[in-house]
Design a protein around this ligand. Structure first.
Ligand code: BGC
Length: 770
């Protein structure tokens, strides 16, 4: 599952070290340790608190430092477990989990169970669509089901924590990890992130089919400069609080009890050495009383790299002189559990003796970890709910597979459908062409959990189930060598085009399955172009030349630049990476069993040079106008817009969203009002529309985004039917954070826009009273 990861080796000499306090990244802040050390949120559970205190009082320093340690599969030893190792990640084999747990609860001195964690990002074995795809569903139930079954299958093997949901808002399509969350909008990420947490944890994550959730990556990891993973981020306080923090807050409010801090630096301060974001905001302002784990070797990466680069392991940020300094910085800034590197464990004793960390803080970190373990019910039920040899039978159960199929079809976005090419008629002869047509591997997308290629149903097989005589040609190959070599983008040769054309000519209609390999998205998979990789556009042109009706189905973990494709292909359906039920779900939509209703959770630029381009941008003093010169535009693009805007998506029927009404024309700062619209299916098929509500504050003390999504609802309507949809708006919708980090509600006009994409033009206004 995980590819080669370098191992932390921490044999650095002890140097001296003044550790500048982690320091605030934004406005100067005093250390927030004190604030962060006060448990608040759920400490009402006194029984757990006293059990934790009791256990803590019996622990040696060595045992406490072991509790803080989180080791991956290849580093765990039975000896370490006997010493009291806290957590393990990425062991998924149920027998091994059981054996390690047995050693922990039978042979370690205090018998504290291990917390087993894994990246169940969009399914454990029953792989659902990637989270960007689920974002396109605009349906919290899709996100919920993904993690409901993901948690059930994970729990069966003995896991009790998942490193999900990923809720990193991103305006950066070059970044491979844009695939892992719900795209460019904080509100959509908040709603779906909260649904995921609720599905993972339920009301009580000690239940046998529940885990503790760990929203990540705290914080602003979604905005790396140039889109290169792990790269630095520099941003204003207001952006941090208005765009990047809200989905985390929503996840915490939904009950998430662990959080992962991020690799990236914000304004020069790395996520896992950041007192301001972890201590002050998360643990202080939000009263989070669970624990924070550092991302993979992120604690060691705080260190400066030595000039001659001997093998010292992870390093780079240069905010700590050496290993001990990094350990002190991370712990003091709020990291409670160290993943993969072992600096806090190795240097804890020394740091304590030197007064660079306190016993109070060590106890606080351990208390947080133990609190979560008690809440998880691990002391009463340390083992998986089923025996290891029964686990396999719990995988890919029919209810999970059916939910995955539904989630995949609800995630698909019909970008274009000129001449109503789609849906195709299954009784006609269908050719399925393209490098992703007969492909299981890529359908699972990045972060495929414990999924297996052989579990996935190909597009070809899915189409054949509904259009039995379907034929096939590959057209070209997408390579998936890792790291990329001479032909990184694949589809470098047109040798197979002639066969593809012949197969198309012999059929009545063509489904062209194109896109990225799963290796092109996800972690460490930034791309410098957003084009369809390789010569796939030429393949489209070759199929177009046959004159056969055809639809392009795209598989991708990020937006593409599709200017050429929209000219050549009459119909384009974006299927993202759909998961194990890729083929049946694509067939459902292509043949019209399911009417597509997904909407883009991220803008599709016309050209790469527009990036970052996002609907929720701030205005300028020279708004874009393609007819003018001294305005904010690209001179070589005759348009100000993306190719497909956030919220765009077509259907096989048509909808009208009308009659925007506000329940009041004024509202007090603490009051609320309702906005309602009528949505009507004006076409001839049953279908789904996502009604979307946006706000704009035209005059504020700091420029407000031209639109902000504040409400959406996906509705299903029969032809000719109407429904009224109502949204309630309050200060959380019309207020904002300023650059001092203060939430403010300013008097004045607020414009409301409603419709079926971010370019909706129907508008009304109300006034917030002073
Ligand atoms: C990723 C995390 C992931 C962790 C453990 C890291 O490289 O950034 O998202 O949870 O590995 O697999």
């Amino acid at each position: 599952m995980r590819r080669f990861r370098f191992r932390a080796s921490i044999g650095v000499p002890v140097l001296a070290l003044v550790l500048a306090a982690a320091g605030g990244v934004m406005a100067a802040t005093q250390s927030s340790d004190e604030q962060a050390l006060q448990p608040t949120r759920q400490s009402a559970d006194q029984a757990i608190e006293s059990k934790v205190s009791d256990l803590l009082s019996k622990m040696t320093l060595e045992e406490k430092l072991e509790q803080i340690q989180l080791l991956p599969d290849f580093m765990v030893t039975e000896d370490e477990v006997r010493k009291g190792l806290g957590s393990v990640l990425s062991v998924t084999e149920p027998r091994r989990i059981r054996e390690l747990q047995r050693i922990a609860v039978e042979q370690s001195r205090l018998k504290i169970p291990i917390l087993f964690a894994f990246d169940t990002i969009h399914g454990f074995r029953t792989i659902f669509p990637i989270p960007l795809g689920a974002g396109a569903s605009f349906d919290p139930q899709v996100a919920f089901n993904d993690h409901k079954y993901g948690a059930r299958e994970s729990a069966v093997v003995g896991l009790k924590q998942t490193y999900a949901p990923m809720v990193d808002v991103s305006h950066e399509p070059r970044w491979g990890r844009i695939s892992e969350a719900a795209g460019e909008d904080p509100y959509l990420n908040s709603v779906l992130g909260a649904a995921r947490v609720k599905a993972i944890q339920g009301g009580d994550y000690s239940a046998s089919d529940k885990l503790v959730a760990s929203p990540k990556h705290f914080v602003a990891y979604g905005q790396p400069e140039s889109g290169r993973d792990y790269n630095t981020t520099d941003m204003s306080e207001q952006r941090l609080r208005n765009l990047y923090l809200p989905p985390f807050k929503a996840a915490i409010d939904a009950g998430a009890d662990t959080v992962m801090c991020s690799f990236n630096a914000i304004n020069g301060v790395p996520g896992c050495g950041n007192d301001y974001t972890m201590n002050r905001i998360l643990k202080g302002e939000w009263g989070f009383d669970g624990f924070v784990e550092g991302d993979w070797t992120a604690v060691a990466e705080l260190r400066a790299c030595p000039p001659k680069l001997p093998d010292t392991g992870p390093c780079g940020h240069g905010v700590a002189a050496d290993g001990p300094a990094a350990a002190a910085l991370a712990l003091n800034a709020g990291v409670d559990s160290e993943m993969t590197s072992t600096l806090i464990r190795d240097f804890g004793q020394q740091l304590l003796a030197q007064d660079r960390i306190s016993m109070r803080r060590i106890d606080d970190a351990v208390r947080r970890i133990l609190r979560v373990k008690f809440r998880a019910g691990l002391f009463e039920h340390p083992y998986a709910p089923v025996a290891p040899d029964k686990a396999e039978a719990e995988m890919l159960r029919p209810d999970a597979v059916a939910a995955a199929r539904k989630a995949a079809s609800r995630s698909m976005v019909l970008l274009q459908n000129k001449g109503g090419v789609l849906p195709l008629d299954p009784s006609k002869k269908t050719a399925v062409i393209g490098p992703l047509a007969n492909n299981q591997h890529d359908m699972l997308g990045p972060w495929w959990g414990a999924g297996r290629d052989t579990d996935a149903v190909t597009v070809l097989d899915g189409i054949k189930q509904q259009s039995p005589g379907a034929t096939y040609a590959e057209g070209c190959k997408l390579s998936n060598t890792e790291p990329p070599t001479t032909d990184p983008e694949g589809c470098g040769s047109d040798a197979g085009f002639a066969e593809a054309v012949a197969v198309a000519k012999a059929a009545d209609q063509v489904v062209l399955a194109l896109g990225e390999t799963r290796e092109m998205s996800g972690e460490a998979a930034a791309r410098s172009t957003l084009d369809l990789p390789g010569r796939q556009e030429e393949l489209i042109q070759a199929i177009k030349a046959t004159g056969k009706p055809f639809a392009v189905v795209l598989f991708n973990g990020r937006p593409f630049t599709l200017e050429g494709v929209v000219d050549d292909a009459p119909a384009i359906l974006d299927a993202w990476f759909p998961g194990v039920q890729a083929g049946p779900a694509v067939a459902d939509v292509v043949f019209g069993q399911v009417n597509p209703g997904g909407k883009l959770p991220v803008s599709f630029p016309r050209r790469l040079g527009q990036v970052p381009i996002y609907y929720n941008h701030e205005p300028t003093g020279r708004p874009c106008d393609p007819e003018q010169k001294y305005v904010s535009r690209h001179r070589d693009i005759p348009s100000c817009s993306p190719l497909f805007e956030f919220g765009h998506g077509l259907s096989y029927t048509t909808f009208d969203v009308s009659n925007l009404q506000l329940s009041s024309s004024t509202v007090s700062k603490n009051g609320s009002l309702r906005a309602s619209v009528t949505v009507t299916n004006t076409g001839r098929r049953k279908g789904d529309e996502v009604v979307q509500l946006y706000l704009h504050d035209p005059v504020a003390s700091i420029s407000q985004p031209v639109r902000r999504l504040r409400g959406f609802e996906r509705v299903t309507l029969d032809p000719g039917k109407s429904r009224s949809v109502t949204f309630t708006l309050d200060k959380s919708d019309f207020g904002f954070y300023d650059n001092r980090g203060k939430f403010t509600v300013e008097p004045g006009q607020i414009d409301v826009y409603a419709g079926n994409s971010s370019s909706a033009s129907m508008t009304r206004s109300f006034t917030v009273r002073g």
